[in-house]
Design a protein around this ligand. Structure first.
Ligand code: URA
Length: 425
């Protein structure tokens, strides 16, 4: 095979053969195809798309580049959730223990944040002692002991995707739906879960800004899952305002603990319960305990505490607090019609909650707490947002990110997506 023939075929709008796809992914991972050739192929895919057979085969080739995990030794069915990422999206934290408390096992490999959306591992690492890196044997032990494990993916899980994602990141080819879908699904299929629920976010704070794009991504991922024998369902959910009130790391852990204690913001509770029900149904546990009961009766909290302890964390230790705070008050009285997820996410990032480069550290205490939600009636001067950072010099740039992200009108209603927009199966 020749890289140039494969590039030309895709450049000219043709369909790649299974042999061409297997060879291209394998040869790139092994260093036989040069970075500039794969960059050109990725651009041809971005411009011309992929058919369903192509995207399924591409995903399979990326899975085959590494190990495929196997949880068949567990007595419970496995089920997992993947979110395409959003601002204040801490749902995994209450969700994984809730689903485990209802009888399924949740083997979740998560990532770190980059840019304005946070990463689950960064949030959990704000818990003193908690460890993200586990061996497969340790993962199995935690799953057996508690029913849920959330940890970092090992280096041999879809290594082709790791290499290709780094290339896409610097060649303007991240935004291709077949490449995003195959990237996400290769990791989730290699993770070995028996069922998968996708939370595809839509809105200014999400990867997919528009409903048609989010729908296409969800449909592509559900098709890949189906083609690989993985029961896959997607929910399209709102990311035009932050999810919950807390955006950051430790502040999001604290909010998740409120939810596990039977309280917390209504959108976090609603989405946790909806995703948990989908995960249990996809795992075949139709007669399982209801997730709302697991949150109410403390059984989800019990799993949370055991899960955190099993990974070296102290679930009762005080969480890190930022050294400095700044209160932003409502500039006028009226209805809050807009609190853009993107603006709040960038503000939290600039406060230190996120990182600009993969190797940067995050500030665990940094972030934003929203004291009002779109639709709330405000009086001028009342607290609107609290900003937290370790260093006062971070506040001006964070405040700049919020300019234009907030709208208060005398009379009006917010024009927002419903929290759960649609379901695709
Ligand atoms: N997340 C992934 O894992 N891959 C992508 O391509 C985009 C987002």
């Amino acid at each position: 095979m020749d890289a140039i023939d494969v590039i030309r075929a895709k450049r000219d709008g043709g369909e790649l053969t299974p042999e061409q796809i297997d060879w291209a992914v394998q040869a790139y991972t092994g260093g036989e195809i040069a970075e500039e050739q794969m960059s050109s192929l990725a651009m041809a895919i971005l411009l011309n798309g992929m058919t369903r057979p192509e995207v399924s085969r591409w995903t399979q080739a990326m899975i085959d580049s590494g190990e495929r995990m196997d949880w068949s030794a567990l007595e419970r069915p496995t089920t997992d959730k993947h979110s395409t990422g959003g601002v204040g999206d801490k749902i995994t934290l209450p969700l994984a223990p809730t689903v485990a408390a209802c009888g399924a096992a949740v083997p979740q490999l998560s990532g770190r944040g980059l840019g304005h959306t946070g990463g689950t591992l960064d949030k959990l690492e704000s818990i003193p002692g908690w460890r993200a890196s586990l061996s497969t044997a340790e993962m199995l032990d935690v799953l057996r002991e508690t029913g849920a494990v959330v940890c970092a993916a090992g280096g041999n899980l879809a290594p082709a995707d790791r290499k290709l994602y780094a290339l896409r990141d610097v060649t303007g080819t991240v935004e291709s739906i077949p490449l995003i879908a195959s990237s996400i699904m290769s990791k989730k299929i290699a993770e070995g879960t028996g069922a998968l629920v996708l939370d595809v976010k839509v809105g200014n704070g999400a990867f997919m800004k528009t409903l048609p794009d989010a729908r296409e991504l969800a449909e592509t991922m559900v098709a890949i899952g189906t083609d690989h024998g993985l029961r896959t369902v997607a929910l399209l959910t709102a990311m035009d305002r932050p999810l919950g009130n807390a955006v950051g790391n430790a502040v999001e852990v604290a909010e998740s603990i409120e939810v596990l204690s039977g309280g917390g913001p209504s959108d976090i509770i609603e989405l946790t319960i909806a995703l948990a029900r989908e995960m249990l149904t996809a795992a075949g546990l139709t007669a399982a305990k209801d997730p709302a009961d697991a949150l109410r009766d403390g059984s989800a909290m019990d799993v949370w505490q055991r899960m955190i302890s099993a990974q070296g964390g102290d679930p009762r230790a005080p969480l890190p607090v930022a050294r400095e705070s700044y209160e932003l008050t409502a500039p006028a009285s009226g209805i809050l019609t807009r609190l853009d997820a993107f603006g709040v996410g960038v503000a939290a990032w600039r406060l230190g909650a996120g990182r600009a480069r993969k190797e940067d550290p995050v500030s665990f205490g940094a972030g934003v707490i929203c004291h009002a939600r779109p639709g709330d009636k405000l009086v001028a001067g009342q607290p609107l947002l609290s900003l937290y950072a370790d260093d006062m010099s971070r506040f001006p740039r964070a405040l700049e990110a919020l300019e234009g992200a907030i709208e208060i009108v005398e009379d009006g209603t917010p024009d927002l997506h419903p929290l759960i927009i649609d379901r695709i199966s």
